[in-house]
Ligand binder design. Structure first.
Ligand code: GDP
Ligand code: IMO
Ligand code: MG
Length: 440
């Protein structure tokens, strides 16, 4: 198993962090391939005294809590140097040694102060426009940083090495960015010298971690090592396959792994899709199975559905198998992990969307363009719920029959095996003996 990918199959926050942490002891390297500090990957563990501890990772891969694992921030990530340094310090304050275990790609693009300033101004402008088309971003500068990357005006980690060149590049960039900030958005202009000073200081701190990570990954694989690629966000937020423009600016889907790390598609032999047992979405954009009622409120409350990065309440809804069939098609999931099944306990019945009604016709197609997705009406199958608290169950046979039927229904409709079921935030709250039940 040279490279496995863990991919969010919905709109993010499916529990990728928990699953990556769980699988880390089986691999040598965990590597993030896209996104930036917009991600919030939560890991919860139990201390020796029985208390639980939670850590939210934004940039450092979710394998960092396992000593023998090396973590890579790949070239496809947009790196906020301040955020990564703060995160490293926080991890080290728990007594975990990051030295020699974290590698940052020299080719990763940097989030600059003007990316955040421009994004904030853009979002404010969109929110106040008559058609109110605010995306509801996380405000981490992601879109503007990827814009510069593809416009070939970005600043990369490697650029920090040469202060004079950095100053020259920044001066050129800031001429344009300050004109945008001042003249278009009536916002404050930024000062070159202050940014250079700040980023040169980051360079000194980041330097020990910077390397050619694609070379490192290639050598690891050649030596028989195993790599777990950690996706951020979710497939339905992919810049090409999501409901554009209500998406993020990168490729959380499987292809992003190759370009974001520099690994070959032939090295990938496992594509694990992570799906919540229901759906959530943060930010704006169409969400066909959204529940804007007491049932949605209940899912939010019980599932503690508040953004791990911004604290915003997550929009909640029923499981959408039309959407999952679509992301399964794009990613070619070799198996699924279903998370947060415990949150469904206590619901009398559960609805699952299997088709949409669009323009008076039923369809199994997921139309990613928002103007169509806004108009689809979900068609549901209703399945019986279960009352029992399942958070202590460790074997599939001990799940209530209705919970097993719910899983079997998902596997059958999607024609994808369920390999893992998560029934609580902690590492030990996992059911691994799901097969062959789900395929039955
Ligand atoms: P990620 O972005 O995909 O890593 O997911 P987040 O960390 O943003 O959100 C998932 C949330 O659900 C976190 O608070 C996790 O601790 C929690 N979580 C993960 N799996 C489970 C589960 O099976 N049951 C419950 N109750 N919580 C879970
Ligand atoms: P993880 O990795 C959920 C959403 C934002 C917004 C859109 C664009 O924790 O699953 P951006 O800041 O990326 O330009 O925002 O994408 N978004 C996420 N939603 N989980 C995430 O990451 C997200 N990262 C971005 O809310 O709708
Ligand atoms: Mg998250």
């Amino acid at each position: 198993m040279p490279v496995s990918i863990v991919i969010g199959s919905q709109w993010g926050d499916e529990g990728k962090g928990k699953i990556v942490d769980l699988l880390s002891p089986e691999v040598d390297v965990v590597a993030r391939y896209q996104g930036g500090a917009n991600a919030g990957h939560t890991i919860v563990w139990e201390n020796e005294d029985g208390s639980t501890e939670e850590f939210v990772l934004h940039l450092v891969p979710s394998g960092i809590f396992h000593e023998g694992v090396t973590c890579v921030i790949g070239n496809g990530v947009v790196l906020d140097p301040k955020a990564v340094m703060e995160e490293i310090e926080k991890i080290e304050s728990l007594g975990i040694d990051v030295d020699g275990r974290l590698k940052i790609s020299h080719n990763a693009h940097l989030i600059m102060p003007y990316h955040k300033a421009i994004e904030a101004a853009q979002e404010e402008e969109r929110a106040s426009a008559s058609d109110d088309d605010e995306i509801g971003t996380t405000g981490r500068g992601i879109g503007p940083a990827y814009t510069d990357k593809f416009a070939r005006t970005g600043i990369r980690v490697v650029d920090l090495l040469d202060e004079d060149a950095l100053r020259r590049k920044l001066r050129r960039s800031l001429e344009e960015k300050n004109a945008i900030l001042r003249d278009i958005y009536d916002a404050e202009a930024l000062d070159v010298d202050r940014i250079v000073e700040e980023y040169v200081e980051f360079d000194q701190k980041i330097d020990p971690y910077v390397t050619d990570t694609s070379k490192y990954l290639s050598e690891t694989l050649n030596d028989g090592g195993r790599v777990l690629a950690e996706g951020a966000q979710g497939s339905l937020l992919d810049v090409d396959f999501g409901s554009y423009p209500y998406v993020t600016s990168s490729h959380p889907t499987a292809g992003g792994c190759c370009t974001g790390l520099g690994v070959s598609p032939t090295a990938i032999d496992r594509v694990l899709g992570i799906a919540k047992a229901y759906c959530t979405r943060v930010g704006n954009g169409p969400f066909p199975t959204e529940l804007e009622n007491e049932a949605g409120e209940r899912l939010r409350r019980k599932g503690d559905e508040f953004g791990a990065t911004t604290g915003r309440p997550r929009r909640c809804g029923w499981l959408d198998l039309v959407a999952l069939r679509y992301t399964s098609m794009i990613n070619g999931f070799s198996e699924l992990a279903i998370t947060k099944l415990d949150i469904l306990s206590g619901m009398e019945s559960l609805k699952v969307c299997t088709q949409y009604r669009y323009d008076g016709k039923t369809t199994r197609r997921f139309p990613s363009e928002p103007q169509s997705l806004e108009r689809v009406e979900p068609i549901y199958e209703t399945l019986p719920g279960w009352d029992e608290d399942i958070s202590d169950v460790r074997r599939v046979e001990n799940l209530p029959l209705e919970a097993r039927d719910y899983l079997a229904f998902i596997a059958e409709v999607l024609d994808v095996e369920i390999g893992l079921v998560s029934n609580g935030p902690r590492r030990d709250q996992i059911i691994t003996d799901v097969q062959p039940m789900a395929a039955a």
